[in-house]
Design a protein. Structure first.
Length: 347
């Protein structure tokens, strides 16, 4: 009989050798997993000869055939990742991202569209209801903005999982973009909020710390969604790995999101030099006047059109940028054939 140390640092067992072999076949255990034979000391699974054949079969499997499961020991897995020499090739990530979206356009665009639609609703709905005189815009904007701020982590976590599944040739669907509302929901919420708050404080101090933190923590949400890390461990591992490839990753993000960046800058310049004749305000004490509503929309059509165009550019840009970013994640955190303990893949 054996005991196993799980990814939550809890002991599981006693279990039989046959059960251990089944867990190895499922990818839940690997050579670096900690195991304790009955009455013996804790040791790595690879050190026990009775499981050598099962581990050889596991390591011989193609990477795409192994399920994506969280590492049973996050500390050991993180140490293995940090022991690597990180590699990030900007052009290769961009090209593979383009090829992935081209082959799987329906699923990947569908998942991105659902996440994009939620973000659009949180920003556009207050304006629409204000024009209709239903509720003051600032009230609804505050409520929807707070809700979106809270669920932003789970939304993006689910989106990343869809793309990672496609990269790993695993079955998935567009609606899997909402998988972030599952077991990792609380940690994804915390990750999104803490990253937003701390990077915001960096922006208040100086723009440079804000930029550094946004790039350094870009893989925090994928690590929580994919590896089931708790939020602070994910943020720290992302920061430590990214710090060694920070400038290449910044270049990748700029190139991947370049259409959206250019559209946003153009919108900012346009807003700075063009003032609409009237603001989007509505007197709640006045009766609803359809003619007045149409006049207000007409007077502000340029500003509204600019907002819509920027959002459309984001929708078109999002699938490609997400795919390129997830390939970078796989390059930095995925399994490698040139690292010690290839079986320790947490997948």
């Amino acid at each position: 009989m054996f005991k196993v140390l799980g990814g939550d640092h809890k002991e599981y067992g006693p279990v039989t050798a046959e059960e251990i072999r089944r867990w190895i076949a499922e990818g839940r255990l690997n050579g670096q997993s900690q195991i304790q034979p009955d009455g013996g000391p804790w040791t790595s699974l690879a050190s026990l000869p009775e499981f050598a054949q099962a581990l050889r079969v596991q390591s011989a499997q193609p990477v795409s055939a192994q399920p994506a499961t969280p590492p049973l020991n996050p500390a050991i897995w993180s140490a293995e990742i940090l022991a690597r020499q990180p590699r990030l090739q900007i052009g290769r990530c961009l090209w593979r991202g383009y090829a992935l979206v081209k082959v799987n356009f329906g699923v990947l665009f569908g998942a991105a569209f659902l996440i994009w639609l939620v973000g659009l609703a949180s920003s556009a709905l207050p304006i629409l209801l204000c024009i209709m005189g239903v509720i003051p815009a600032f009230v609804l904007a505050s409520v929807l903005g707070l809700i979106y701020w809270v669920i932003s982590g789970p939304l993006h976590g689910g989106l990343y999982v869809v793309y990672l599944n496609k990269i790993r040739s695993q079955p998935t669907s567009a609606t899997a973009g909402f998988s972030g509302f599952g077991p990792s929901f609380a940690q994804l919420v915390l990750t999104g909020i803490v990253v937003s708050v701390l990077s915001g404080l960096g922006f208040c101090a100086c723009v440079l710390p804000w930029i550094y933190l946004l790039v350094a923590w870009v893989f925090a949400i994928p690590l929580v969604a994919d590896k089931r890390f708790e939020f602070w461990s994910a943020m720290e591992l992302s920061r430590k790995v990214v710090s060694r490839v920070w400038f290449p990753l910044l270049g990748l993000l700029i190139l991947a999101y370049l259409p959206f960046i250019m559209a946003s800058l153009a919108g900012q310049v346009h807003a700075a030099v063009t003032q609409p004749p009237n603001s989007l305000s509505f007197n709640m004490s006045e009766p609803l006047d359809i003619g007045r509503i149409l006049q207000m929309v007409s007077e502000n059509y340029r500003a509204n059109l600019g907002f819509v165009l920027i959002q459309l550019v984001l929708l078109i840009n999002l699938p490609f940028a997400t795919a390129a970013l997830m390939y970078a994640y796989e390059d930095l955190f995925g399994p490698r054939s040139d690292t010690v303990g290839q079986a320790f893949q947490s997948r």
